[in-house]
Design a protein around this ligand. Structure first.
Ligand code: ZN
Length: 189
C-alpha cells in the first residue's frame, strides 16, 4: 500500500505497527488511534466491440505507459457499480458510448495491489474521439492489434483470450494472476 504520514481523521502523525490480534502492520494514528486499513484497488474497463468485430483501443496520453495502447479502463469510484465504472471509463477516455455486457476477465496483480475487471461491451456508434487521457482512439481488427505496443499485461492477455474465444465460437470468463516481472539484478526494483 501507499505510505501514509498523517491521519486523515485528525491530522496527527501515523505510525506503522501491528495491532493486537492482527497479522500485519497498519498505519495507526498516534493521537486518535484510528487504524487506517489499506486494500487493493479495482481497475475496471471495457472491451468495446463494433458490429464488424473491430475493438476500440486508446493510446495513452498519461503516465504510466504514455504512448502505448490499452482498453479503456481505470480506477473504480465510490458509489458506482462495476459495469457503471466500465461505461464511465470508456466515455471519459474515448468519448465512446457502450452497452456493457458480461464480465470477461479478472486479473489479480497482488504485487501492486490491483485487480483488473474487464467487461465485454458493444460499441453503440462511431462517434468516439480521444478523451483528455488519450492521444488517439481507434478501432482495430484482430490482425491490426498493436501487440508490441500494448500498455498492460492484463490487457494483452485479455485480448489474446478474446480473439481465441471468438475463433472457438464462444466467450468464456477468464481469471488469472500476474506476478512481478522477473528482476535480473538484486538491486533493481
Ligand atoms: Zn488521528
Amino acid at each position: 500500500g501507499e505510505r501514509m504520514k498523517f491521519c486523515p481523521e485528525c491530522g496527527a502523525p501515523v505510525e506503522l505497527r501491528q495491532p493486537p490480534d492482527d497479522n500485519r502492520e497498519r498505519h495507526i494514528c498516534t493521537v486518535c488511534t484510528t487504524i487506517h486499513y489499506q486494500n487493493p484497488k479495482l481497475i475496471v474497463g471495457a472491451i468495446p466491440e463494433w458490429e464488424d468485430g473491430r475493438i476500440l483501443l486508446c493510446r495513452r496520453a498519461i503516465e504510466p505507459r504514455h504512448g502505448l495502447w490499452t482498453l479503456p479502463a481505470g480506477f473504480m469510484e465510490n458509489g458506482e457499480t462495476t459495469p457503471e465504472a466500465a461505461a464511465r471509463e470508456t466515455l471519459e477516455e474515448a468519448n465512446a458510448q457502450v452497452q456493457i455486457g458480461d464480465l470477461y476477465s479478472m486479473y489479480n496483480i497482488p504485487y501492486i495491489n490491483q485487480v483488473y475487471l474487464l467487461f465485454r461491451a458493444r460499441l453503440l456508434n462511431l462517434g468516439f474521439s480521444p478523451g483528455v487521457e488519450s492521444l488517439e482512439v481507434e478501432l482495430f481488427a484482430e490482425n491490426d492489434i498493436p501487440w508490441d505496443k500494448l500498455a498492460f499485461r492484463a490487457v494483452s492477455l485479455t485480448l489474446k483470450d478474446y480473439f481465441a474465444d471468438r475463433h472457438a465460437g464462444s466467450y468464456q470468463f477468464h481469471i488469472g494472476d500476474l506476478l512481478a516481472p522477473i528482476s535480473h539484478t538484486s538491486t533493481s526494483r
